[in-house]
Design a binder for this molecule. Structure first.
Ligand SMILES: [Zn+2]
Length: 346
């Protein structure tokens, strides 16, 4: 956190000043125009984005009668995991717009407006969204911060680390959402956070979470069964988004670009990737269709391996989304099929 503010000393000041201007402008716009021009289109199924119109309230425990709980999420997988738990009782405003990459996102004044009106802010953690806590503190100190990273209980993490020494460090690898097992922990955590913010609907949040958890348990079983008889347990990935998943199912990932899709590996690193891939008999490359295509393609050409599309969910696509595009489990089932192809699993 200190590193980030060191790199961008003026960001908080700019954002804070801009927030004040925007809040005043918004108040006028809402008051005089009744407009929703500050709302952002999340494009995620039934999620609406009306919270910029909610007038300032001093509700201490939960939303006023008949109003939905205003929830803010940082980026797409967080939205996809929170929405089924909140159901009809919440309104979600997602901060990252379509096309934005969470690995290098810079917040805008509009994001501060979203946070200003929110009761709970769900995000991945300080590693992926180093701007989140500061922006929330300067905009809406009352908003409750809830990270995916803190959803994993310490003893459960220790147990996973004991079972696989390669299990990543929660503070160094943000790709928690791509492990069905970690998603299970997250969903019950989301239910607890929503119940605290809106106790009136706690029973519904718990039962929504229970239904979703059942689907995740089934998904985990599908992953286990899917990898039971593969030609190789090694695969290449365009950046290292599957290290938690690999640790959970005893697979060996070789990442081309490192932790972020923007990292540019040196020639030596590329040579090392090719060597390790050959040594481990890798049979395919998994790559987010939009990212690191040149890198993935040059490595796959060098090794004569096919590239399979993998949906990391990191970037909200532009355009119309189908129900399957907004269902975490459906996306992960698609990803499983591509992983099986990459490791030649029958
Ligand atoms: Zn990533």
């Amino acid at each position: 956190m200190a590193e980030t503010s060191g790199k961008k000393p003026s960001l908080r000041i700019i954002v804070t000043a801009a927030v004040l201007v925007i809040i005043i402008a918004t108040s006028y716009a809402v008051f005089f125009l009744g407009g929703d021009q500050w709302g952002k289109t999340a494009g995620e199924g039934k999620i609406s984005t009306e919270n910029a119109r909610i007038p300032a309230q001093s509700a201490v425990s939960g939303p006023a009668a008949g109003e939905k709980l205003q929830v803010v999420t940082s980026f797409r997988p967080i939205t996809l995991l929170v929405a089924p738990v909140g159901g009809d009782h919440i309104t979600i405003t997602q901060i990252l717009p379509p096309g934005a990459d969470p690995h290098d996102y810079e917040p805008t004044p509009n994001d501060a407006v979203a946070l200003k009106n929110g009761k709970v802010f769900f995000y991945d953690g300080p590693f992926l969204e180093p701007w989140a806590a500061d922006l929330a503190a300067s905009t809406n100190p009352d908003i409750h911060l809830a990270t995916f990273a803190e959803a994993i209980p310490g003893p459960a993490y220790d147990q996973m680390k004991r079972q696989n020494a390669d299990f990543p460090n929660l503070n160094q690898d943000p790709h928690l959402w791509l492990s069905p097992q970690l998603a299970e922990y997250y969903v019950s955590y989301v239910a607890r956070q929503l119940s605290e913010a809106d106790p009136e609907h706690a029973t519904d949040y718990q039962s929504n979470a229970a239904v979703f958890e059942q689907r995740l348990v089934h998904l985990d079983a599908e992953y286990k069964a899917g990898f039971s008889n593969c030609t190789t347990r090694t695969f290449l990935s365009s950046h290292s988004f599957l290290d938690y998943t690999a640790a959970a199912y005893n697979l060996t990932p070789i990442s081309i670009a490192g932790m972020s899709p923007d990292a540019e590996p040196s020639i030596q690193q590329m040579v090392a990737v090719v060597e390790v891939a050959k040594e481990h008999n890798a049979r395919g490359v998994l790559a987010e269709p939009d990212e690191a295509e040149d890198l993935s393609k040059s490595i796959s050409a060098e090794l004569n391996l096919p590239v399979y599309p993998f949906i990391t969910m990191e970037i909200l696509p532009t355009g119309t989304l189908t129900p399957v595009d907004t269902d975490y489990v459906a996306i992960m089932e698609k990803n499983l099929q591509e992983m099986k192809k990459a490791m030649v699993c029958p």
